[in-house]
Design a protein around this ligand. Structure first.
Ligand code: GRF
Length: 214
């Protein structure tokens, strides 16, 4: 495993992957993306990643006898890339216990709502339907439940009653692009410390690694 390296898992348009790549390229994040992996070879984000000169791979579920076998292969690709951190960015497959256990504490996800409100699909639409006055986005560690693991960062977006689900989604996406890289940078600064469900953000220069060796 090479330090400060990221595998990004996508299924679709890849705008969060691109925002992360930009943050790596301009030095906001001291890491590099070593692999962009999709379960869908037609994902638009793969072309974007290629344009950025990133290594891309696609691995479809079909052809594998079971979900566990598929996720084993997915994990093997990631391990072969040397990635330390796995960022789910619109990866539309739920990852099973084997995968989560294998990469425990090394998988992050971004979700377009203020969790625990509106987990699952179409979170922006759910917020609009519900008439929520605020929504936003969440970056969290991945655990075995959907959109559930310990929360690293959240940003709030105000919702106007005149908003449409699409206008809310647009503003949330802007926030997403400004949130994921911050969580990733904190991860690589070793400043995230888990205490049960709570994620402590250590002050700069006081990393979790340093504390462990005290
Ligand atoms: C984002 O809204 C993300 O929060 C959710 O899926 C969407 C992916 O969008 N998990 P993109 O592919 O990053 O543009």
């Amino acid at each position: 495993m090479s330090h400060n390296s990221i595998a990004v898992l996508i299924s679709g348009r890849g705008s969060n992957m691109l925002a992360l790549q930009r943050a790596c390229a301009d030095g906001r994040v001291a890491a590099r993306i070593v692999l962009v992996l999709s379960n869908d070879p037609a994902a638009a984000g793969l072309a974007l990643a290629r344009e950025q000169g990133l290594r891309v791979e696609a691995l479809e579920r079909r052809g594998f006898p079971s979900r566990a076998a598929y996720e084993q292969a997915l994990g093997d690709r990631i391990e072969a890339s040397g990635a330390e951190l796995i960022c789910l960015a619109g990866f539309m497959r739920r990852l099973g216990p084997g995968f989560v256990q294998r990469f425990r504490g090394r998988v992050l996800n971004i979700h377009p709502s203020l969790l625990p409100a509106f987990p699952g699909l179409d979170a922006q639409h759910q917020a609009w339907e519900y008439g929520a006055r605020v929504s936003g986005c969440t970056v969290h560690f991945v655990d075995q439940q959907l959109d559930h693991g310990p929360i690293i960062l959240q940003q709030v977006v105000e919702v106007d009653p005149r908003d449409s689900a699409e206008s809310i989604a647009g503003r949330i996406l802007e926030r997403e692009h400004d949130t994921y890289w911050r969580a990733v940078q904190l991860y690589f600064e070793r400043r995230l410390e888990l205490e049960g469900r709570r994620v402590m953000i250590l002050p700069r220069g006081r990393s979790a690694d340093a504390r462990q060796s005290e």
